[in-house]
Design a protein around this ligand. Sequence first.
Ligand code: ATP
Ligand code: MG
Length: 562
Amino acid sequence: MVSEKLNDEHTPTDFIREMIHADNESEKYGGRVQTRFPPEPNGYLHIGHAKSICLNFGLAEEFGGVCNLRFDDTNPVTEDQNFVDGIIEDIQWLGFEPNDIRYASDYFEQLYQWAESLIEQDLAYVDDQDAETISEQRGGFTTPGVNSPFRDRTVDENLALFRGMRAGEYADGEKVLRAKIDMNHENMQMRDPVLYRIRREHHFRTGTDWIIFPTYDWAHGQGDAIEEVTHSICTLEFDSHRPLYDWCLANLDLPRDTPEQTEFARLNLTHTVTSKRKLKSLVEDGSVDGWDDPRMPTLRGMRRRGYPAEAIRTFMDHIGVAKSNSTHDIELLESFIRTHLNKTALRRMGVLRPLKVVITNWPEGHSDMREAINNPEDETAGTRQVPFSGELWIEQDDFALDPPPKYYRLTIGREVRLRAGYFITANDVVTDDDGNVVEVHCTYDPETAGGQAPDGRKVKATIHWVSAATAVDATVHLYDRLFTDSHPGSGDTDPLSSLNPNARETVHAKVEPALGEVSGGDVVQFERLGYFAVDPDDTSVFHRTVGLRDEWANIQKRRKNS
Ligand code: ATP
Ligand code: MG
């Protein structure tokens, strides 16, 4: 779906694809390609995860292989079934179907048996020290680690203690199982890492069956091996874990070639936080209305906001896969959203901040239908009839009593075009006690139906409108950046400190009747204003997906000129 590229036609695209081609040529894994996407079900997926999903599922598709969804559910405290269900839903929405859905917890028994086999090879030991002491003893990049006083326990003693850990003979934190590698290893991850902890917490799948839980390092590679994953692709921060990944697999008795780990750069976007933990705190402290708040960079937030899944996939393909971390402009993602919606979204008229226009020469009681084009980018979308009458709504800022220089829209004595309607000229205003304009009195030229004057006279502006008699009321949410800082959390700052309290503005709009007949999830263009998505739970609520202006083009221009 993401790409039609075929395996046999060697199209070098990035270092991961190159590597897989090379593996296939050398017959490693017998030409088989299997990947996995391994989220922890402790939150919903964000746009960063979409990068990993598109890559893992995309590779499997391109190379004729398969990709599993594997929940990395090794931490009972933060995980739950709602997140599992939501993650499955989000992946399907993005356009991918897992070959199989697995859980690290499916493998707890096997992982336990393998841990015993490590002990039997004198490659693991039970340590009675607390987490803090163990952490201190790891040393630093320039200082060697310190061997635990429990490091030389016998195999039999370790086996008995580890079985006791499983059986519940010790308190939480009283003992851990550690790999016995090298406390002076140049790679800190290799300094006798912890493999098991005792945690008396209810696990959403295994309940109270297990009170010892494997660490990421002990679960991940083995999960890959059990599922017969060939290429285990993860983000750069796991780079230093790779020797440990390989060490664990090398010391197990496995029937086939072990999977290989490859790292790629995380997706970072300006004005965006891609950390589940941080996003979760926004949900929990009420800064947003939940994980699916359209301000959130979560897949469910973006879905509610009207981002098409296909446009997200196209963006991921475009930015490609990199070996070093960088940050992409959010405006680039938005330009992909805009380009997609420009082709697909029906054009409609809606007035966000209504100002009444009265057409004084409109025949009393007369109503009229104007024909408007549904999508100039798509002829098959056809046209629609829009009711017109002697009382209309226009945008407040499309009229100026005291116009600034170069203001071409409506002002006293000026003629403008109403989109798909008539030319109108403003003659007079009604003001309230404070001098605010509450009504503009205009005359229309009946000869200009459809927006052209028979005498060929021109107007400089075309504005949108909605007939007052048939207008539908709508609540419209306008969005700004959720974080004002372009790199929230850069340096030592707390990303949440640049949270934008004004990221959502709500207005009460008047929209054309066709917008009263939309379905949840539809995205339309409000002419001159942007793209708006219909809320899935309330079709009188619209979320501005993106504006019409291509800010990405402006950014590029500025960069060229600087
Ligand atoms: P978070 O900090 O948001 O919880 P995580 O990496 O801990 O991120 P996981 O659920 O463990 O979240 O991640 C699942 C997969 O998605 C991992 O392989 C991880 O590397 C990948 N991933 C997470 N964030 C990004 C990102 N910003 N760009 C690319 N891949 C990502
Ligand atoms: Mg994680």
